[in-house]
Design a protein around this ligand. Sequence first.
Ligand SMILES: Nc1ncnc2c1ncn2[C@@H]1O[C@H](COP(=O)(O)OP(=O)(O)OP(=O)(O)O)[C@@H](O)[C@H]1O
Ligand SMILES: [Mg+2]
Length: 215
Amino acid sequence: MGLTLNVSGLKKSYAGTVVLDGCSYRFESGSVYAIMGPNGAGKSTFLRLCALLERPDEGKIDFLDEDVSLEHDLSLRRCITLLLPAVGVFNTSVYENIAYGLKLRKVNKAETEETVLNAAEIVGLKDKLRRRAVTLSSGETQRMGLARALVISPSVLFLDEPTAAVDAGSSIAIEEIIQNITHTLNAAIILSTHDRELADRAADVILTLRNGRFS
Ligand SMILES: Nc1ncnc2c1ncn2[C@@H]1O[C@H](COP(=O)(O)OP(=O)(O)OP(=O)(O)O)[C@@H](O)[C@H]1O
Ligand SMILES: [Mg+2]
């Protein structure tokens, strides 16, 4: 399902410090958006608010299905996901780590297996599914995180610095995965990054967050 995310007038302060100050943008499905901006600009905050993990002080976050705004309920939350720069790793196999979201959704074994294999193939981890996840390298762990996000076929996928701590080769692999996901899922992908080259290559639109707004 393709969803549009319409954000308007988002404001957020922490202990009196203004981080977001009237941030607005409309994100369409099937497109990749890169958010850039200096350290502390509010990129991660923006992603957490949009992923419904925190509430804004003011402003609206609307997920639109054919222009109908969806309730912020469990079924919507299951269509969106935020992948953080340091992927949480469970001390089980790579397979179990990738399958996590399917287990939560009580997906049956056969479907889980097919979905996990497919995601592992996309991220290039098919031959490592039986490995203990804690033995993966940083770049592989990052790709495992993408596979974990991918199995639930999100309508909107938020990626906070997806190429932090990975080398140039893995960075290109991640860019390819991002493109692949956009095409297969028709999802909106919104990522934050400090990597201008990644933004130029992977994103359809580059936004800069400065003084609490996009410019
Ligand atoms: N829960 C919080 N409590 C207090 N301050 C916070 C909280 N979350 C974020 N901040 C502050 O808000 C500002 C914006 O942080 P944020 O992590 O969104 O920036 P960023 O653009 O992602 O930066 P970076 O490029 O370093 O990741 C920072 O000054 C940060 O310390
Ligand atoms: Mg950040």
